[in-house]
Design a protein around this ligand. Structure first.
Ligand code: PLP
Length: 398
């Protein structure tokens, strides 16, 4: 029996396995079908007219919908909003979800506010391509709600964008404060909750309008697909779907299937990511070769109280600063045996990176400092390996 997505008594693991599964199972299979079809033929002209008049619901053309993608969307929407009030739009990457959403929602001459500790490509999109289209923006420091309120331009500001937790300092937005400021000026809110996932944080429950995830990370969870999703009220998501049909960024059905498969174990994986992240953060904070640890589960984190109030757990990403400079930090990373040196996060394999040499390589030390990217910063994404092995590896490398 498929579990009703609107049954609030079901926990996140039950929902991850059962929610959004199609009622009518193709070929009686337990798994959703991977439908590789570019177009969906009509039996005759009468069938076409029935579809055009909205008398039957069916697929038409691959850019406007696909059954495998719809199954993934239903599951992701149910996880984000167990009351069944949300709709989801699947996109071919997290960036596609972000750019489609912003392009659809902000007119030329409009204004966007975003927080400074922010995924680099989101910031670049706003600062370069959107600026060219006449969209203005203000960057405010994460956690400064007076600056956020002060940045709103009544009538011109359309969207407040924040991540929670942010990358890489894991700042946690006080969502009720963000919502209060936005509602006062009828501004829409968008939270990129990739680092939290719906297991740890459900921004829609706090009154946020739209949530974005890079499903490439925890939701897929196996470092084997790229996808993104935007979730919110059906009316707004319907408008975003229209925009996607025009912009043309569509997830492929095979990735949508891999995502459905990955999501089934998502709550189970998140339990491990949460407990390993916490254990690694505590270990690092107690180590003399580590100057500073950024993890919202630690009382030393500036947003610890907000995080405890809003989140179930704090995820598998731990950012920390090594005692020393660029080269000492690189030496530490090279001594690690378990984590791969790679961008990305949230998969079963632990990944480690030095942001100064990965995402911010082409900048000078001074430019990196200006965007808050210290040379000795390490971002570790704890996978699902045994925690004793991860800590032993960190210990020997330090
Ligand atoms: C990775 C990531 C993105 C971009 O997602 P892609 O799937 O790589 O396009 C956006 N936001 C955050 C916070 C991310 O970590």
């Amino acid at each position: 029996m498929p579990v009703e997505p609107d049954s609030p008594e079901h926990g996140p693991s039950t929902a991850a396995v059962h929610a959004g599964e199609p009622r009518r199972r193709a070929h009686d299979a337990i798994t959703p079908a991977i439908v590789h079809s570019a177009t969906y033929p009509f039996e005759d002209t009468a069938a076409l007219i029935d579809f055009q008049e909205g008398r039957v619901e069916r697929e038409e053309y691959g850019r406007y919908g696909n059954p495998t993608i719809r199954a993934a969307e239903a599951k992701l929407a149910a996880l984000e909003s167990p009351q069944g009030e949300a709709a989801a739009l699947l996109c071919p990457s997290g960036m596609s979800a972000i750019t489609t959403t912003i392009l659809a929602m902000v007119p030329s001459g409009g204004h966007i506010i975003l927080t400074d500790d922010c995924y680099r490509r989101t910031r670049q999109f706003v600062q370069t391509l959107l600026a060219r289209l006449g969209v203005e923006h203000t960057v405010v420091p994460a956690g400064d709600y007076a600056a956020l309120a002060g940045a709103v331009r009544p009538g011109q500001t359309r969207l407040i964008i924040s991540e929670s937790p942010t990358n890489p300092y894991l700042r946690v937005a006080d969502l009720p404060q963000v919502v209060a400021i936005a509602r006062q000026h009828r501004v829409k809110t968008l939270i990129d909750a990739t680092f939290a996932t719906p297991y740890n944080l459900r921004p829609l429950d706090h009154g946020i309008d739209l949530v974005v995830h890079s499903c490439t990370k925890y939701m897929g969870g196996h470092n084997d697909l790229l996808a993104g999703v935007v979730i919110g009220k059906p009316g707004i998501v319907g408008a975003l779907r229209q925009a996607q049909g025009i912009l043309g960024g569509i997830c492929d059905p095979h990735s949508a299937y891999l995502l459905i498969r990955g999501v089934k174990t998502f709550a189970l994986r998140m339990e491990r990511h949460n407990s390993s992240g916490m254990a690694v953060a505590r270990f690092l904070e107690s180590h003399p070769r580590v100057a500073r640890v950024h993890y919202p589960g630690l009382p030393s984190h500036p947003d610890h109280a907000v995080a405890v109030a809003q989140m179930r757990g704090f995820g598998g990403v731990v950012s920390f600063e090594i005692e020393g400079g660029l080269d000492d930090t690189a030496r530490f990373i090279d001594r690690l045996r378990i984590p791969y040196i790679a961008p990305s996060l949230g998969g079963v394999e632990s990944l480690v990176e030095q942001p100064a040499l990965m995402s911010f390589y082409e900048l000078t030390s001074e430019q990196r400092m200006a965007v808050g990217m210290r040379d000795n910063l390490v971002r570790l994404s704890c996978g699902i390996e045994d925690i004793d092995d991860l800590i032993a590896d960190l210990k020997q490398a330090l």
